[in-house]
Each structure stands twice: as structure tokens, then as C-alpha cells.
Design a protein around this ligand. Structure first.
Ligand code: NAD
Length: 366
């Protein structure tokens, strides 16, 4: 499809194609919306097979960031960047610095962060060229590892879902199956155990399961069975697209609420299917916004306590999604989109871009 047509259909404001052959940089920065604030989103480095593939990805991902920020109540818009190339072979200081200059040229309309194929060290290289970067280390004004904040936010989503489904939000005596015991899954399992829940868990990494069994007392389940465990909540914290034609009929839980991005293989169809089966789905981008909340706090002056307090707000956001779903008799995935779209429309109706001065002033102080 033609780029302008795609931008119109998806509502993008700006797409910047960046080329610097001297350092081998081929990148695209997409700013989807700056209605609520600067478009923040990570930069992904990936060996895309074609320009079309890279454009499709960056347009889709930047739009997703707009929805995540809006539903989280943050003063942020949506943006994302992709660098075409193999991060293991083609990532150099010069390439990252050249990318940083393009970010800088947008003068705060886009703020970058780490993503697949980029890490905290890369952000610190980019920071030599622009201040519009987050996800740096605490020594450079950053917030450090966002995973505990993300896990705490996911816990809030689970609490809201349990309260909505069972009419009582307590986790003591409830059971949760956690798929993936990485940075987020492990922290989530810890919070769940502290709240008195029984936790089943699976990971392809035997060290991760062994540690969680020994330190947290989780019951380890084979990876092929974790989604089928009879339990109250399934929490996908590993991969995307785990809710699909094959897995949904095998679920034996009441709620799905986890950290993984893009859990529904087909957002509309599988969201509807969970709804029809009476399984309460806590939309991923509402529940896992803790990571974004963490980097947002870097822009306004990082404080871990503030980030955790803001992540607590995910409970109310998720409850609101369930309310919209119930009132309008629509799947929760659709209700989450409506929540985000409604907030953007209301702020847009105020006119002007009220955020520019305050965010720029604050960023200039860092
Ligand atoms: P991670 O890489 O630290 O952990 C993922 C874990 O899943 C690993 O331990 C891996 O071994 C395991 N895994 C992979 N395939 C598996 C399988 N088939 N079955 C079971 N386990 C499997 O990643 P993370 O930072 O913990 O993030 C988890 C998910 O949450 C990802 O989808 C990520 O995009 C999403 N997310 C993370 C954050 C954050 O702050 N880290 C924020 C928002 C969303």
C-alpha cells in the first residue's frame, strides 16, 4: 500500500526516513501522535527483508505506543524507530550516533528508548548526540531496569481482573500460571507469592525455573502445558501471539492477564473469542504500561517511588476498561482501544499542543 495512504489510514503525523551511507545507517522514525505529548517509543534494530516490511513494522509499533501511553494516562504520544540491520554484526558507534542526530532533528517530537536489538549501552551512545533519549543507566539520569515496575503494574491488572471476575480482589487462595520467568515474570511471581497466591510457572530456561522454585516456591510445569493449567489466571510473560486458534480452546482459566506484548494473534477475532467464552482478558498494553511509566519518569525527573505509585494506577485503568466492556457489551481488547481513543479525542478538542513547553523545559534541565 502506498505510504501516504497507510499514514492516513493509521493516523500518523510524520515519518522520517534516515539514510547515512557513510556509516551504513538505514532507519525510519515514525511519529504517530503528539496530541498528548512527545511520541515516545523504542528503537528496534532488525535485519528487515525489505523497506515495506520495515515501514509496516514501524507504523504498527508507533501506533501501539500512542494507545499504550493514552490508556496509561501519561502525557506522551506514540513513536517508534527501526534501524535496518543485524544488531550483532552491523551496530557501530558511528551508526548509533548518526541515528541520534536524526532523533535530535525532530527536536523532542520523538523520544527514543531501547527495544529489540538495542540496549542501555546503545542509549548512552545515542545520548552523545541528543537529549531525547530514555532508558539510560541511573548514573546518566535514567531509571535503570524497568522490569520490577512493569511486574508491579501487571500485578495491578491481575488484581483488577480478579476483583471484576470474582467480586473480591484478594489473591490469597487464587492460582496463577506464569509463562516465562524472565525479568518481568520472575518479579511478578514474587509479588504473587507475597500476596498469597499459588503460582504455577514455566520457562524454557531450566535455571530460571529452578531459581523460582527454590526462592519463591512456585510449582514448575512443562512449557507445553502452562497455558492449559486449571487455574484462576494465566499470565503470559514470554512471547507474543500466545492467544490463538490453537491455545484458546485449551485454556482452563477464568482470566488472562500478563506482561507480553501483542498476546492476541488476531486482536479483533481472538479478543472476541475470549469474550464469547467468558474468559476475562486484561489487555496487554494496559497491564504492561509500567515499563513506559518508568521511562516517562526519566523525562520528568526519575524517582522509583513515583514510578511505582504511577504503576499502581494501572488497577484503576484496567477496571475502567472492564467497565467500558461491560457497558458497551464489547470485548475488553476493543474497550481498551476506546478508552485510549476517547482520551486522545478529548485532549485534542482542547486545541493547541499544551505539553511542548513544559516537557522541553524539564528535559533541558536534565
Ligand atoms: P525476558 O527476555 O527477560 O524474559 C522472557 C522469558 O521467557 C525468558 O526467561 C525466556 O527463557 C522465557 N521464554 C521464552 N520462550 C518461552 C516459552 N515458549 N515458554 C516459556 N518461557 C519462555 O523478557 P521480559 O523483559 O521479562 O519481558 C517479558 C515480556 O513482557 C516480553 O514479551 C516483553 O516484550 C514484555 N514487556 C516487558 C517489559 C519490561 O519492562 N521488561 C515492559 C513491557 C512489556
Amino acid at each position: 500500500m502506498e505510504l501516504f495512504q497507510q499514514m492516513v489510514e493509521m493516523g500518523h503525523e510524520r515519518v522520517l526516513v534516515c539514510s547515512n551511507p557513510d556509516v551504513g545507517l538505514k532507519a525510519i522514525i515514525a511519529v504517530h501522535s503528539t496530541v498528548l505529548g512527545p511520541g515516545l517509543g523504542g528503537v528496534r534494530m532488525w535485519p528487515y527483508g525489505s523497506m515495506e516490511e520495515a515501514i509496516t513494522d514501524v507504523l504498527r509499533l508507533s501506533r501501539g505506543m500512542t494507545y499504550k501511553a493514552a490508556a496509561a494516562g501519561l502525557n506522551l504520544g506514540g513513536g517508534k524507530a527501526v534501524i535496518v540491520g543485524d544488531p550483532k554484526k552491523e551496530k557501530t558507534e558511528a551508526l548509533l550516533r548518526a541515528f541520534g542526530r536524526y532523533v535530535d532533528s525532530l527536536n523532542g517530537l520523538y523520544i527514543t528508548a531501547e527495544d529489540v536489538g538495542t540496549d542501555i549501552e546503545d542509549m548512552e551512545v545515542i545520548q552523545h548526540e541528543t537529549r531525547w533519549v530514555t532508558g539510560v543507566s541511573p548514573e546518566h539520569g535514567g531509571g535503570g531496569d524497568p522490569s520490577p515496575v512493569t511486574a508491579f503494574g501487571v500485578l495491578q491488572g491481575i488484581l483488577a481482573a480478579v476483583a471484576c471476575h470474582f467480586g473480591d480482589g484478594a489473591l490469597a487462595g487464587r492460582s496463577v500460571a506464569v509463562q516465562g520467568l524472565g525479568s518481568v515474570g520472575y518479579n511478578l511471581a514474587r509479588f504473587l507469592r507475597e500476596a498469597g497466591a499459588k503460582v504455577f510457572a514455566a520457562d524454557i530456561d531450566a535455571n530460571a525455573t529452578g531459581r523460582a522454585r527454590d526462592e519463591l516456591g512456585v510449582e514448575v510445569v512443562p512449557t507445553a502445558e502452562i497455558l492449559e493449567v486449571p487455574c484462576d489466571v494465566v499470565a503470559p510473560c514470554a512471547l507474543g501471539a500466545v492467544l490463538n486458534d490453537e491455545s484458546i480452546p485449551r485454556l482452563r482459566c477464568r482470566i488472562v492477564a500478563g506482561a507480553a506484548n501483542n498476546q492476541l494473534a488476531d486482536e479483533r477475532r481472538h479478543g472476541q473469542e475470549l469474550h464469547d467464552r467468558g474468559i476475562l482478558y486484561a489487555p496487554d498494553f494496559v497491564g504492561n504500561a509500567g515499563g513506559l511509566i518508568n521511562v516517562y519518569n526519566e523525562i520528568v525527573g526519575y524517582n522509583r517511588d513515583t514510578a511505582m505509585r504511577m504503576a499502581r494506577g494501572i488497577h484503576a485503568n484496567m477496571a475502567r476498561v472492564f467497565e467500558i466492556s461491560r457497558a458497551q457489551a464489547i470485548p475488553t481488547a476493543l474497550a481498551a482501544d476506546r478508552l485510549a481513543e476517547d482520551r486522545i479525542a478529548r485532549v485534542k478538542a482542547l486545541g493547541g499542543r499544551h505539553w511542548v513547553r513544559s516537557v522541553r523545559r524539564r528535559a533541558a534541565e536534565i
